[in-house]
Design a protein around this ligand. Structure first.
Ligand code: HEM
Length: 426
């Protein structure tokens, strides 16, 4: 995964294995000796946190599945029995349910880190695209998981979202019937969602392996957004980044545990503690918080089909970021105008999330439309044009210069060499 290994097996058994399956060498070159840029900040710890969360969700999910019954008349009761009768079942369920939220929180930090520091730009486009595939799979997994407790919000959320597919011309009806396994959300829907909810995390794990492979070819981007040039620019993954990632993970787990033990239902909806009832529609049908910005975009467009198209496009367009962003400078730290545009875009996403949680009436409708407009305007107009109109700041000559200052050189020398660097635009 990461070039020639410098690992030297010591024992006879290790030598025997290494000549047959050099897996220890692979791990050593990828996660021990791997040279990482020395200036990575704490935003670079979220990939590791995500890997941990994926493992934790799979582990807790597999155990939950041992006690859960994917049958419409039993699902709700089986979840209640997990909460009350299974030893530590309540803990398992709260860790898994809130784990989904923590997973999405971490992935949003990870994505916005990439957007701020231009990590999607060449030569990391494939890495970015694989990230988008992971994100789409995560969204599908989270959505299907939320249906499983078979509460009111599970049922009606599933009804609203699966009905959207019906708006697609020609194949729409066929598609929603395929998702339902019948003519409405019912037992067959619950069965297939359970099956897919169990399958998709393993597909995510497969794509994560490709994601890390694609990362290890060029290596990590960094806050300066320039490539490593010499050994001075890097530090070995272990112990420097293993310790830093470990510390960040512990802090993350403190927050996660606090939610699990003190406010385990804060992110859930009270209606989901009422068993699904196809005859009673809840007053407000709201998806999980991590889907709210997209839900707001869907509702901001008065036409159903166009709303669905806009919602899907808002995610698909992110895949095109490497080409929509025309600037040759990566990091927003050296792009004064982009920095402002980035924070506006981040605020737009948060604002859309808030609008998505509110009833679609009064001022919320107008605010939702303005924010939806800005979301697309940023991606389709601001980003492509900024690359041409913005004058970036002078980049440091190297990563070690960015951290330590130019050793043995003056600030003028640094500016002069940076101006001639291929990373500096015009
Ligand atoms: C299960 C989900 C994911 C896991 C386990 C994961 C894992 C990782 C890891 C371990 C790294 C290296 C450490 C770091 O830079 O934080 C990384 C880097 C990266 N990831 Fe992910 N990732 C996930 C999802 C995503 C998503 C959804 C995107 C974008 C849509 C994405 C885009 C990137 C990019 C661009 C980098 C390179 C960052 C840089 O070098 O500056 N990842 N990922």
């Amino acid at each position: 995964m990461s070039g020639t290994s410098t690992y030297v097996p010591k024992s006879a058994a290790a030598k025997w294995l290494e000549t047959r399956l050099p897996i220890v060498g692979l791990v050593h070159s990828s996660f021990v000796a791997f040279p990482n840029p020395r200036n990575l900040n704490y935003f670079w710890t979220f990939g590791g946190i995500l890997a941990f969360m994926l493992g934790s969700q799979i582990l807790t999910g597999v155990i939950l599945a041992m006690h859960y019954t994917p049958q419409a008349s039993l699902a709700f009761a089986s979840v209640e029995s997990i909460m009350r009768d299974v030893n530590y079942g309540w803990l398992l369920r709260y860790v898994h349910a809130n784990g989904a939220s923590m997973f999405f929180f971490a992935v949003y930090v990870h994505i916005f880190r990439g957007i701020y520091y231009g990590s999607y730009k060449a030569p990391r486009e494939v890495l970015w695209l694989l990230g988008i595939v992971i994100y789409l799979l995560m969204m599908a997994t989270g959505f299907m998981g939320y249906v499983l407790p078979w509460g009111q919000m599970s049922y009606w959320g599933a009804t609203v979202i699966t009905s959207l597919f019906g708006a697609i011309p020609i194949v729409g009806d066929w598609l929603s019937h395929l998702l339902w396994g019948g003519f409405s959300v019912d037992n067959a829907t619950l069965n297939r969602f359970f099956s897919l909810h169990y399958l998709l995390p393993f597909m995510i794990a497969g794509v994560v392996v490709l994601h890390i492979w694609a990362l290890h070819v060029p290596g990590s981007n960094n806050p300066a957004g320039i490539e490593k040039k010499s050994a001075k620019d890097t530090l070995p993954f272990h112990p420097y980044f293993t310790v830093k990632d470990g510390f960040a993970l512990v802090c993350f787990l403190v927050l996660y545990s606090w939610i699990v033990f003190y406010v385990p239902n804060y992110l859930n909806h009270a209606d989901n503690y009422i068993e699904a009832n196809p005859l009673v529609t809840p007053q407000h049908i709201v998806p999980e918080w991590y889907y709210l910005p997209f839900y707001a975009i869907l509702r901001s467009i008065p036409d159903k089909l166009l709303g669905v198209v806009a919602m899907f496009m808002s995610i698909i367009l992110l895949a095109f970021l490497p080409w929509l962003d025309t600037s040759r400078v990566r990091s927003a730290n050296y792009r004064p105008m982009y920095k402002v545009a980035f924070w506006l875009f981040a605020a737009t996403a948060v604002g859309l999330g808030y609008i998505g949680s509110q009833p679609p009436a009064g001022g919320y409708v107008l605010a939702g439309r303005i924010l939806t407009f800005w979301y697309f305007f940023h991606l389709l107009v601001v980003l492509p044009l900024l690359g041409f109109f913005e004058t970036p700041r002078v980049l440091p000559a190297s990563i070690s210069d960015a951290v330590l200052g130019p050793i043995g050189g003056s600030a003028t020398a640094m500016a002069a060499s940076a101006a001639s660097s291929p990373n500096t635009k015009g």
